[in-house]
Write a protein that binds this ligand. Structure first.
Ligand code: ADE
Length: 241
């Protein structure tokens, strides 16, 4: 999978891409990650990439010319997605869609936003990582790359952990425990140490359902409420939440 990132802070992006699991996948050639400096195609003495908005107002706008030139020189994999708070909100479903393809590209904004000619004629769409405003798209790009990369086979050590985790089934993850069996006065639930695999699976599913119902009822609603079987599981394992 190839991923290209366009940024005014290529060193920052490069440092992120070289760290941790993503850095390892990059070094092993599982991920082909390329960083492009938006300033590399800026012209003029000051190599400006931003300018004041027509019509007035606060802040600066990322100029079309250097951004088009940089992207066109790189011929990056599509879709090319601009990162902006006005974009489609990124979620696990979109991460899975991007992970299933051969690659994509991210354009990080700074300042007050992109010249609209970039949004209208260069990118294929816009992505937001949530309803808040960042100072630039780099942190959002990190979120998108990390969420997608860990779904790509060969990036995570244990593929099963991808299948079992939060959101794979539109449910939050069940609680996990490791040694010791009693820490301070807090014990590990007996069922997890029982060796009864079926009981463990049922308990975990009940915990996931109860947690999701308590913390994210919107997710339960989105999947059409609880089935009779799920209600029975909840009753049987009577989780506390
Ligand atoms: N740039 C600024 N804010 C952003 C957000 N919430 N998501 C993606 N890119 C952004």
């Amino acid at each position: 999978m190839r991923v290209d990132v366009f940024s005014l802070f290529p060193d920052l992006v490069g440092a992120f891409l070289d760290a941790s699991l993503i850095g390892k996948a990059r070094a092993e050639g599982v991920l082909d990650l390329r960083v492009h400096d938006l300033r590399s195609h800026a012209s003029g003495v000051h190599r400006a990439v931003d300018d004041a908005p027509y019509g007035g107002g606060a802040g600066m706008v990322l100029m079309a010319e250097p951004v088009f030139a940089c992207v066109e020189a790189a011929a990056p994999p599509r879709p090319l997605l601009g990162l902006a708070p006005s974009g489609r909100v990124f979620d696990q479903g979109l991460a899975a869609e991007l992970a299933a393809g051969d690659g994509f590209s991210l354009l990080c904004g700074r300042y007050e936003g992109f010249d609209a000619r970039i949004t209208d004629n260069l990118v294929d769409g816009e992505l937001s990582i949530g309803d808040y405003v960042l100072a630039g798209g780099e942190v959002a790009a990190f979120v998108v790359i990390e969420a997608v990369a860990r779904l790509v086979p060969g990036v995570l050590g244990n593929q099963a952990s991808v299948d079992e985790e939060s959101f794979a089934d539109d449910l939050l993850e069940y609680p996990q425990y490791t040694r010791p069996p009693v820490f301070r006065h807090w014990p590990v639930p007996d069922v997890l140490r029982s060796g009864d695999h079926r009981a463990v699976a049922e308990w975990r599913r009940a915990q996931s359902l109860a947690r999701t119902q308590a913390r994210r009822p919107d997710l339960i609603e989105r999947r059409g409420g609880l089935t009779d079987e799920e209600k029975a599981l909840l009753e049987r394992w009577a989780p506390e939440e």
